[in-house]
Design a binder for this molecule. Structure first.
Ligand code: ADP
Ligand code: MG
Length: 385
């Protein structure tokens, strides 16, 4: 896949609209809990500033209904970015009144009607602000929204350095013909994840499954899962994926044992075989045997890609499966990639991140990229022919 990159664009004295993904997680006081998505865009921004471009940043944050939801203002984020760049980053609320500065940030693009609908009028309005469009929002590249895809109809479009890095690292991990590939999938977003597993069977040696996704596979196979979270609507697709696994070289691995409690988790956690979950109990994590097996597979693989927690990690009693996956990944000496909003939230000790080859800024985007090998926000920066 050949892409037009920001390095090839002539940006000197040009107005460059950069779509970034600063959709960070916020705590109860609306403070940013993790700056990774901000710091990861610094290479592109520093490159543009060094080459005398004027930057107009565009991002979304959360799912605001309208611009009255102050919680979703980018004010804090503009300040945080400013401190990294050692520059004032002015936040602009009015799209028709962009101040003449080296770098400004437009207020949450989802405050503007038409973003999600990929409205042509909004795309045109955004395009009028700039001479060049740079997409550096890997985490949003699976969305055909006005500021991601629509705008490329009206401006020359280039890939930012983060977008390029994500594509290069993930593609290499996925398609390298050397050594073995293990994919770890957990969490609860069942449809996307089960679909991705289906296509990854062709590439992976092992697919280790945990979380509510594992519950759905177990239940589909006719194994009683009691009161566990199961996506029954996905049973047919899960059944198909199990059949595809029998025809592929990949091992689709479900947990041997599970950690259970009653539905409201008031009962003490206990471990059971996957085969013996009674009707009144629910699975909240993978068990010790599964942890050992998964760890071994991860450590012995050359490449590992992980998306989705193994259990209901928000409750400490069910976070062990997830932390053991993380631990195994830090012990792997090959290539390790982690992505997913909740997966990253589950990593409390941020110093561990240095031991991971790449922490993707994509959750949904990572999954869709694994499944399809491209995304709408990547297609628009492809070289034609
Ligand atoms: P990510 O954001 O990393 O892609 P998801 O959004 O798919 O992950 O899923 C994360 C959620 O899945 C977490 O809130 C976690 O509590 C939940 N989860 C994982 N395993 C279970 C389980 N066994 N039962 C209920 N919820 C689970
Ligand atoms: Mg999530």
């Amino acid at each position: 896949m050949k892409l037009k990159t920001v390095k090839e664009a002539s940006v000197k004295n040009k107005r460059v609209l950069v779509r970034v993904d600063y959709n960070v997680s916020l705590d109860n006081n609306h403070n940013v809990t993790d700056n990774t998505r901000i710091t990861q865009t610094l290479p592109t921004l520093k490159f543009l500033l060094k080459n005398a471009a004027k930057i107009i940043l565009v991002s979304h944050l959360g799912r605001p209904k309208d611009k009255n939801e102050k919680k979703y203002s980018l004010t804090n984020i503009a300040n945080i970015l400013g401190s990294y760049l050692d520059k004032k980053v002015e936040l602009v609320k009015n799209i028709n009144n962009i101040p003449n500065a080296r770098i400004v940030m437009l207020e949450n693009i989802r405050f503007f009607p038409g973003e999600k609908a990929n409205d042509a009028e909004l795309a045109r309005q955004l395009a009028q602000l700039a001479d060049i469009y740079v997409n550096d929002a890997f985490g949003t590249a699976h969305r055909a929204h006005a500021s991601v895809v629509g705008i490329a109809e009206y401006l020359p479009a280039y890939a930012g350095l983060l977008l390029l890095k994500e594509i290069r690292l993930i593609t290499t991990a996925l398609n390298s013909s050397e050594g073995s590939l293990t994919i770890v999938i957990g969490g609860a977003k069942t449809p996307e994840k089960i679909r991705a597993i289906g296509t990854l069977l062709d590439k992976a040696n092992n697919i280790l499954v945990g979380g509510a996704i594992a519950n759905t596979f177990l239940s589909t196979w006719g194994i009683p899962t009691g009161a566990s979270l199961v996506d029954y609507e996905m049973s047919e697709m899960a059944r198909q994926v199990i059949w595809m696994a029998t025809q592929s070289n990949a091992a689709l691995i479900l947990p041997d044992d599970v950690v259970v409690s009653n539905e409201d988790r008031s009962r003490k956690a206990s471990t059971l075989s996957y085969r013996s979950v009674p009707g009144h109990l629910a699975i909240f994590d993978i068990g010790p045997k599964a942890r050992q097996k998964y760890k071994k597979k991860i450590i012995n693989s050359d490449r590992v890609i992980w998306n989705g927690p193994m259990g209901l990690f928000e409750d400490k009693r069910y976070a062990t499966g997830t932390s053991s996956i993380l631990q195994a990944m830090t012990k792997n000496s090959g290539t390790t990639i982690i992505g997913g909003g909740d997966t990253l939230t589950a990593i409390k000790d941020k110093s561990i991140i240095g031991k991971i080859t790449h922490v993707s800024t994509g959750g949904g985007a990572l999954l869709e990229f694994l499944e399809k090998g491209t995304l709408p926000g990547i297609e628009i920066v492809k070289c034609n022919g």
